[in-house]
Design a protein around this ligand. Structure first.
Ligand SMILES: Cc1cc2nc3c(=O)[nH]c(=O)nc-3n(C[C@H](O)[C@H](O)[C@H](O)COP(=O)(O)OP(=O)(O)OC[C@H]3O[C@@H](n4cnc5c(N)ncnc54)[C@H](O)[C@@H]3O)c2cc1C
Length: 372
């Protein structure tokens, strides 16, 4: 976006190009964020290969309940397209523009963020690379160098850790259904999603201390079948598991998202549990706000949008935190607290079976980052 406005920028990525292009993570792109990718010239393949979805299904009490998201969210839809494919498209665009992008460049320090010319240092092929800039965008995830540049006492960190994790698999199996399925079962949560007409992406809620060794292939498939099947739709398509991993679930917000000339964006500033499909969308929503602020600074000599960057983003971030927390709490049975389970079931029935609650859910699911 900066390049399109003639504003110079340098991107430093600690991993190799091959690694980031293969890193499987999120896969749901909101309506407005898909439009953003298209506007900047990175949306052509997404439009061609992405799967446009207009609903999701909730399964509970052995029944299926479809939420007609598009019907309830002014016709808007979402696109299923892997995050690693978005990353590939953005890299290809950057390379075609001939703009600086360094891989295997680990940022080791960010200095002078309270001055007008901060400096970023990275190691590249054993050499020191030093970048002097007007601004630093800290887009380096929850374990990056941006955090280390924040002085103690300059920010507040809010955190909630959930008492379960997700075991995710990528399988060479054609999706059994056309839309995503979120299931709440006595044994735990399950999510059925897909990446293409031949690849399924499935998740199971597991205990936080479970390890992959405890989950051989047959146990994963049997448990997915148990949690996802209904009387009318008993079977899943099984196939070779291409990738697997266990991810812990937490919510984090860092306030403010700015310290001097360092602007945090994406996971560097906030984490959401993946149940609401918001992580990647929030990151892209942040950089859209940051881009406008930086453009205003250079083109109009106006710092007001830089000053409002953190409060503007945080309003949307907390809304996404609320939605992700709501989806998470509603769909993961509590193994110890049956009162909580009763409340969860009531909330789920309300979301699936009343138009008012389903409308709020639909708008948040499909296009939260564009809502004002
Ligand atoms: C295993 C996993 C599964 C997920 N699944 C989902 C999902 O299903 N749905 C969903 O919505 N979200 C999901 N997420 C969250 C989503 O992927 C993130 O919210 C999203 O990647 C955030 O984008 P980002 O650009 O802020 O951070 P990242 O994508 O993490 O990018 C940060 C980049 O900074 C680089 N970096 C870090 N430190 C340095 C350094 N010192 N120097 C240079 N570069 C550095 C990293 O290598 C990385 O490439 C998942 C996350 C994980 C880890």
């Amino acid at each position: 976006m900066l390049h399109l406005e003639g504003i110079e920028s340098v991107i430093l990525e600690q991993r190799s190009r091959e690694y980031v292009e293969k890193r499987v993570r999120a896969g749901v792109i909101e309506f407005g964020i898909a439009n953003l990718l298209e506007e900047v010239g990175a949306g052509e393949r997404m439009r061609r290969q992405g799967l446009v979805h207009r609903g999701i299904e909730f399964r509970y009490d052995h029944g299926a309940h479809r939420i007609p998201l598009s019907e309830l969210a002014d016709g808007r839809s979402y696109t299923v397209y892997g995050q690693q494919e978005v990353v590939k498209d953005l890299i290809a665009l950057r390379v075609a523009q001939g703009a600086p992008l360094y891989f295997d460049a680990e940022v080791t320090s960010i200095e002078g963020v309270t001055t007008n010319s901060p400096t970023v240092e990275a190691t590249l092929d054993g050499e020191l690379l030093r970048v002097h800039a007007d601004f630093v965008a800290g887009c380096d995830g929850s374990f990056g160098a941006s955090h280390r540049a924040l002085p103690e006492g300059a920010f507040r960190r809010f955190e909630r850790v959930y008492p379960f994790s997700w075991l995710g698999i990528l399988a060479e199996a054609p999706p059994a259904t056309e839309e995503l399925i979120y299931a709440r079962h006595e044994n735990g949560f399950a999510l059925y999603s897909m990446r293409s007409p031949s690849i399924s992406r499935l998740y199971l809620g597991v205990r936080p201390d479970d390890s992959l060794e405890e989950w051989p292939d047959d146990r994963i498939w049997d448990e997915l079948s148990e949690r996802l099947s209904t009387d009318e739709r008993p079977e899943l398509n099984r196939g070779p598991i291409l990738e697997r991993g266990i991810t812990s679930m937490r919510s984090v917000v860092i306030e403010p998202m700015r310290f001097g000339r360092l602007f945090l964006a994406g996971d560097a500033a906030h984490i959401v549990p993946p149940t609401g499909a918001k992580g990647m969308n929030l990151a892209l929503g942040d950089v859209r706000v940051l881009y406008e602020a930086v453009r205003n600074f250079y083109q109009k000599d106006d710092e007001s949008l830089l000053d409002s960057y953190s409060p503007t983003c945080l309003e949307r971030v907390w809304r996404a935190e609320e939605f992700s927390n709501y989806m998470t709490q509603m769909l993961h049975p509590n193994y110890e607290d049956d009162f909580e389970n009763g409340v969860q079931r009531a909330r789920l029935r309300q979301a699936a079976e009343t138009r008012e609650a389903a409308t709020v859910l639909s708008r948040n699911y499909v296009d939260l980052n564009s809502l004002s």
